[in-house]
Design a protein around this ligand. Structure first.
Ligand SMILES: NC(=O)c1ccc[n+]([C@@H]2O[C@H](COP(=O)([O-])OP(=O)(O)OC[C@H]3O[C@@H](n4cnc5c(N)ncnc54)[C@H](O)[C@@H]3O)[C@@H](O)[C@H]2O)c1
Ligand SMILES: [Fe+2]
Length: 388
């Protein structure tokens, strides 16, 4: 019997080597005269924002450009931006950046003119209605945020990252242009790329996996697994960058259809308490969680190993799944993601608090096919220390 599921995604996706040129066509088609352009300081420093603005320069539109978005955004930042932009009658928002910028833009689109704050919409489907149309232009590959109904914010006081999930957060248009991702620093290429792979891996092995998730999730892993090392070693390789953008977009669709599992659940407290970037925290937990999951997911891992081209079907299920775990270790190691938790101020004394915090992320833990109790979670954090 197939799982019941619902699936919706961004309104339109424009992808290709010069996809950014489509921005002017979108603005014209929407007859938008007042546009809010959002980005963050590091992205703005690369000239990406200026280059996109040049594409709409001749359209007689009024643009407000704000490039002060804080990465891994705290909830109070969203409140401040809501107050700052309140009452403005923007007809379109254009977001240029990684998941942090896209998430803030998705939230502002529904919050700018709303009588409620971000704290009122934490959880699932709490946003009462649609916001301002949004063009999402990712510069990392990535979170897949451009096609997900999710936004993630940090509750600073509670040291916790929380998700806001609503179909009203889905962008109206998405532009996937690989040239926008070539200036990512190597660690950002590496960590966001591993995050994208994890989105697909967790979704296809989730309790909620379904035909849509499997179709996009498997294809996403096939694209990302060979493309990430190339994008990391040769940052200007536009084919690898394009495969990464497509893979991360498909990963976003996969997680929308099915949901991520234990890696994401355990990484939330590492981000919320210690500010470890989302992709780095996930990469640190990938192997410990999958070594635990192999007990239940051996068949799945054997299937994925063949799909991503690391072995043939002639090997036994055990051989293939063992190779898959070894390949995951190499995948993370080859792109030099730091594995040393102490580098981010985490000590073994923190394991208990991390364990308790992670055990509360039941929205994602419930998706994990192999059930976890508190001692399993503790053991995975301990393993994350051991594999440094
Ligand atoms: N909404 C979702 O579905 C979803 C899914 C996963 C993660 N997230 C959230 O997304 C955020 C992380 O997003 P991210 O991993 O894309 O990283 P990010 O947006 O935080 O960017 C990381 C760093 O790279 C810089 N950067 C981004 N693109 C660049 C480019 N092309 N050139 C130079 N510098 C660039 C940024 O300025 C920033 O300093 C977290 O808050 C995470 O919780 C959201
Ligand atoms: Fe993620």
């Amino acid at each position: 019997m197939q799982q019941e599921f619902r699936f919706s995604t961004a309104g339109r996706i424009i992808s290709g080597l010069s996809a950014a040129d489509a921005l002017s066509e979108i603005v014209e088609a929407r007859s938008a005269k007042r546009i809010l352009v959002l980005s963050d300081p590091n992205v703005a420093r690369t000239d990406l924002v200026d280059a996109l603005l040049r594409r709409i320069r001749d359209l007689n539109v009024e643009t407000t450009v704000f490039t002060g978005i804080i990465p891994e955004p705290p909830a109070h930042h969203i409140d401040e931006l809501q107050t700052h932009f309140r009452g403005e009658s923007y007809e379109l928002i254009v977001a240029i950046g990684g998941g942090s910028v896209l998430d803030v833009a998705k939230l502002l689109a529904v919050l700018i003119n709303a009588p409620f704050q971000v704290s009122d919409i934490v959880g699932t489907e709490k946003v009462p209605g649609p916001g301002i149309p949004l063009v999402a232009i990712p510069t990392t590959a990535g979170t897949g945020s451009e096609v997900t109904p999710n936004a993630i914010v940090t509750l600073t006081d509670e040291h916790l990252k929380v998700g806001i999930v609503s179909s009203h957060l889905l962008p109206s248009e998405v532009i996937l242009d690989p040239a926008l991702t070539v200036k990512m620093p190597p660690l950002v290429t590496a960590s966001t790329g591993v995050d994208a792979f994890i989105h697909s891996l967790e979704s296809v092995t989730s309790n909620k996996a379904n035909p849509v998730c499997n179709a996009v999730g498997y294809h996403s892993m096939k694209l990302i697994f060979p493309a990430l090392p190339i994008a990391y070693d040769k940052p200007d390789d536009l084919n690898a960058r394009h495969d990464m953008l497509l893979g991360s977009m498909l990963g976003g669709m996969a997680l929308t259809a099915a949901g991520t599992t234990a890696v994401h659940a355990l990484s939330y407290p590492l981000g919320g308490t210690f500010g470890i970037p989302h992709g780095v925290a996930n990469a640190m937990l990938l192997v410990p969680v999958m070594e635990y999951n192999v007990g239940t997911l051996r068949e799945d891992f054997a299937e994925i190993a063949v799909a991503i081209g690391i072995c043939s079907r002639e090997l036994s299920t055990k051989e293939r799944s063992d190779r898959f775990i070894e390949a995951l270790k190499k995948f993370v190691r080859d792109v030099n993601i730091p594995t040393d938790l102490t580098q981010y101020g985490v000590t073994e004394n923190d394991i208990e608090d991390l364990t308790i915090a992670a055990s509360k992320v039941t929205r994602l833990l419930d998706n994990n096919r192999r059930r976890l109790d508190i001692s399993d979670i503790r053991a995975m954090y301990e393993n994350a220390f051991r594999t440094q």
